[in-house]
Ligand binder design. Structure first.
Ligand code: FES
Ligand code: FES
Length: 159
């Protein structure tokens, strides 16, 4: 498979979950494991352009796929992606355990809907649980990123 633009291969047992492959074989531990039962969303990644919970996918099912994890979210020049910036600036995290999954999920959400309403953001991240923040600052961080990616923040700054 291709992970964050780099070819990754490995020999795994058929029962190996994709999240374990990413963390243990590819060494990409940014994708977290919370429940391993498809409830929490901590393991969310992007698989061929769709958000998936990588604890519900076998590694072998991702053979040949394009995978994006939190390690691949930053801009090509190494600067923070607007979502990462938003979470930092607007305190969209406390312990940070849910954050990689939240950001990768929000990345796909904004690709499909660059100007989401608050309700659409809340629905869009409804598969990702956060035990710390109460969600409000996560929603604000995603709104910040959406505005920045649309260029609104630059217009506001210019005004
Ligand atoms: S670890 Fe995959 S959904 Fe919780
Ligand atoms: S910041 Fe702690 S679970 Fe979300």
């Amino acid at each position: 498979m291709t992970v964050n633009g780099q070819p990754v291969d490995g020999l795994v047992e058929p029962r190996t979950l994709l999240v374990h492959f990413l963390r243990e074989t590819a060494g990409l531990t940014g994708t977290h494991i919370g429940c391993e039962t498809s409830h929490c969303g901590a393991c969310t990644i992007d698989l061929d352009g769709q958000s998936v919970k990588s604890c519900t996918v076998f590694a072998v099912q991702a053979e040949g796929a394009q995978v994006l994890t939190i390690e691949g979210i930053a801009n090509p020049d190494g600067t923070l992606h607007a979502l990462q910036e938003g979470f930092r600036e607007l305190h969209g995290l406390q312990c940070g355990f849910c954050t990689p999954g939240m950001i990768v999920r929000a990345y796909r959400l904004l690709h499909g809907n660059p100007n989401p309403t608050e309700a659409e953001i809340r629905m869009g991240i409804s598969g990702n649980l956060c035990r710390c923040t109460g969600y409000q600052n996560i929603v604000s961080a995603i709104q910040y990123a959406a505005a920045k990616l649309r260029g609104d923040a630059m217009q506001e700054a210019a005004q």
